[in-house]
Ligand binder design. Structure first.
Ligand code: ADP
Ligand code: MG
Length: 238
């Protein structure tokens, strides 16, 4: 578990500023959801927190340590993407353990952590299958499993359910809530699905054109939106 803090974070691509002075604090173990229109900078922010994208100015802190210049692999963060490219020639077990293998983790440790993650995600019976023998939902669970085995301090999810059909999304949403409950880890989750945001979040960060529009609990934002933009996004009638 870890706190995540952003202070005056900015990002410029060429001459275009896409993140404009973002500040917020995420408490240890919190489930925080980023919402906002396409292109408002949700993915860029996640990638900056993960260390996959540099920060043009400002600072990012994880557990009160300034990680702005720290490499991605050293930040203790795992990210789950919308397109969860699994290695087609590897089994579920191998896909889940591959990242650990690359960092030189001992085989017994990899086996133990893979089994633990498989149990959490109900993937135990599927460990010897190849990705093409799995459904979309099962593949996405493997992608989440890959993140769990790394035992990160913070999980980042970038629209992880967008490629799934409606029924499966609801089922996976429940699984993600369960996962948060079981691991107690800090999680930051991007979605454009308002129901997903309202049901999963302890706290929602509403973004618009690279700026934070409002931060609050789902109920706060619903009952007391700062403006029409937030109201429109959260779906309250005011
Ligand atoms: P979101 O995830 O909210 O849809 P993004 O973070 O992907 O938004 O993008 C925010 C803005 O930054 C968009 O205008 C996008 O075109 C731009 N952008 C993202 N990545 C790059 C990049 N590597 N180079 C140039 N512009 C980028
Ligand atoms: Mg995005």
């Amino acid at each position: 578990m870890a706190t995540v803090q952003l202070k005056a974070v900015e990002k410029t691509f060429g001459s275009i500023q896409v993140i404009k002075g973002v500040d917020f604090t995420i408490e240890s173990g919190e489930f925080v959801v980023f919402v906002g229109p396409s292109g408002c900078g949700k993915s860029t922010l996640l990638r900056m927190i993960a260390g996959l994208e540099s920060t043009s100015s400002g600072h990012i802190f994880i557990d009160h340590q300034d990680v702005t210049q720290v490499e991605a692999a050293e930040r203790g963060i795992a990210m789950v993407f919308q397109t969860y490219a699994l290695y087609p020639h590897m089994t579920v077990r191998e896909n889940m353990g591959f990242g650990l293998k690359m960092t030189g983790t001992p085989k017994a440790e990899i086996a133990a952590r893979t089994l633990k993650a498989a149990k959490i995600l109900a993937l135990e019976p599927l460990l010897e299958r190849k990705p093409k023998q799995l459904s979309g939902g099962q593949r996405q669970r493997v992608a989440i499993g890959r993140a769990i085995v790394r035992e990160p301090k913070v999980f980042l999810f970038d629209e992880p359910l967008s490629n799934l059909d409606a029924e499966l999304r609801v089922a996976m949403r429940v699984e993600i809530a369960k996962l948060h409950h079981e691991l107690g880890a800090t999680m930051i989750y991007v979605t454009h699905d308002q129901v997903e945001a309202m049901t999963l979040a302890d706290k929602i960060v509403v973004l618009r054109s690279g700026k934070v529009e409002q931060v609050g609990s789902p109920l706060d934002l619903y009952d007391d939106p700062d403006n029409l933009f937030v109201a429109g996004f959260i779906g309250s009638p005011s």
